[in-house]
Design a binder for this molecule. Sequence first.
Ligand code: HEC
Length: 245
Amino acid sequence: MTKLRLFALLLALVPALGLAAGPGPALEHSGTDLSDKASLQRGAGLYMNYCASCHALSMHRYSRIASDLDLPPELVEQHLMPSHAKIGENIHTGINAGDGDAWLGKAPPDLSLTSRARLGGPDYIYSYLKGFYIDEARPMGWNNTVFPGASMPNVLWELQGIQRPVYDQGADGQSHLTRLELASPGRLSPQEFDRVARDISAFLQYVAEPAALKRESVGVWVILFLVFFTFIAYLLKLEFWRDVH
Ligand code: HEC
């Protein structure tokens, strides 16, 4: 490829990059940490309790969760799986797409890859879980700042409490939703609820790319190998050039 064509190709990619960084709802930083096994374990428990009844993770197996998150298979069988499921099975949900459509107005999507598919990744899920507020105009009584008009009810409201929108008048004379305030507190403090949202986001981040757990530990060895190899290459160079003056 000539340099000119390469340059043209790179130039053609620029708008795509611009789009990827395009405007969207402001997301909160989730602070997920894939090396924090305890957080991933808590996230798995919360997910199976509060989300798995509607959302499948069909690209992931229960057994993989057990081995990746250092959980004994018996514990996963007893606490994280529906009684009819087998540990080697993929994570399906009881609700089928037709029922989801009929009951909720929208079938709950499979979340296997959501953390990778959405801009912001775990920050998107974190902000979404924190972004529910009451809105009588919506069929379920809930709306969401990150995903306006979402058909999902706030399944974590007992933990979080109920948030109400606060509107301010903008420069254009229209009223804008500027923030959410806690109208009635839940079982958890806001800090504790942030941790719940962070743990679930971390779990879904891991599910979307299980190899990321391994990659970070392999990375260190790759760097060490490269440093070592550079040293060998340097010795080799000294050897080759020894007789050349
Ligand atoms: C009662 C069923 C139900 C439960 C339980 C539920 N959801 Fe949902 N969820 C939905 C529906 C329906 C949608 C689709 C919303 C839409 O497209 O309007 C959705 C959408 C989502 C999305 C947005 C997906 C996207 O493509 O942007 C995420 C993320 C999500 N749910 C996460 C969760 C998490 C995490 C939990 C557990 C804390 C959970 N959901 C529990 C029904 C549910």
